[in-house]
Write a protein that binds this ligand. Sequence first.
Ligand SMILES: C[S@@+](CC[C@H](N)C(=O)[O-])C[C@H]1O[C@@H](n2cnc3c(N)ncnc32)[C@H](O)[C@@H]1O
Length: 222
Amino acid sequence: MHHIQNPRILHTLDRLHGEADRQRFTILKGLSRGIFRPLRPEDMKDAYLPISRDQGRFVYDLLLQNQARHIVEFGTSFGISTLYLGAAAQQTGGRVITTELLPEKCRVARANFREAGLDPWIEVREGDALRTLRQVETDIDFLLLDGWNDLYLPLLQLLEPQLRPGALIYTDNASFRSARPLLEYFHSQPERYRSQRLADDKGGSELTQFMGLVKQGQQQLG
Ligand SMILES: C[S@@+](CC[C@H](N)C(=O)[O-])C[C@H]1O[C@@H](n2cnc3c(N)ncnc32)[C@H](O)[C@@H]1O
């Protein structure tokens, strides 16, 4: 298993995970705003909502095992998951494009990437992912979905033409009802997507491999 060794990155990750661990009240306060209306990203503007340390270590190892270079993320927040992606990109000679709707979260995330020394490997795109990811210049080796779950499917369909055959898609919060359309899309096309549930706790996560674009009655094109 590959582990992040760089002390500067580890120090930033430790600080951010520590801050996230102390946010129970912030999260409850944010969630309470969604009792009488649908929750909005601004309701959680102060909340990290990060992947766990174990998820981060898993993803880092996966990226190195697969020598993933072109990495895209939906949902930066304050950048915890992105630091794992950036640390991997630094090792594989790759690059991360990550996107976040809220400007203040983007500002803090960029500062965190500078603190960790990973800013040369990470491009933060500010705004709605359906707009900011409309132009991704290279084929994608790895896609991390961890933003608003009801955008998972439209976003996947937007990026699908650029998924390299063999590309991996890591879906966080895969047990949430709003992630179902994406998972049904994967599961209904086993010749195109091989998908497996990794965990059901803490919202659940699913790992999917894109096999290439296959048209009915044709061989794999990708
Ligand atoms: C679960 S958090 C991401 C956590 C982050 N991946 C981590 O592990 O630290 C989801 C983030 O997606 C952002 N978001 C929601 N809708 C978005 C959209 N349409 N475009 C871009 N970002 C969005 C939210 O503002 C929030 O910060």
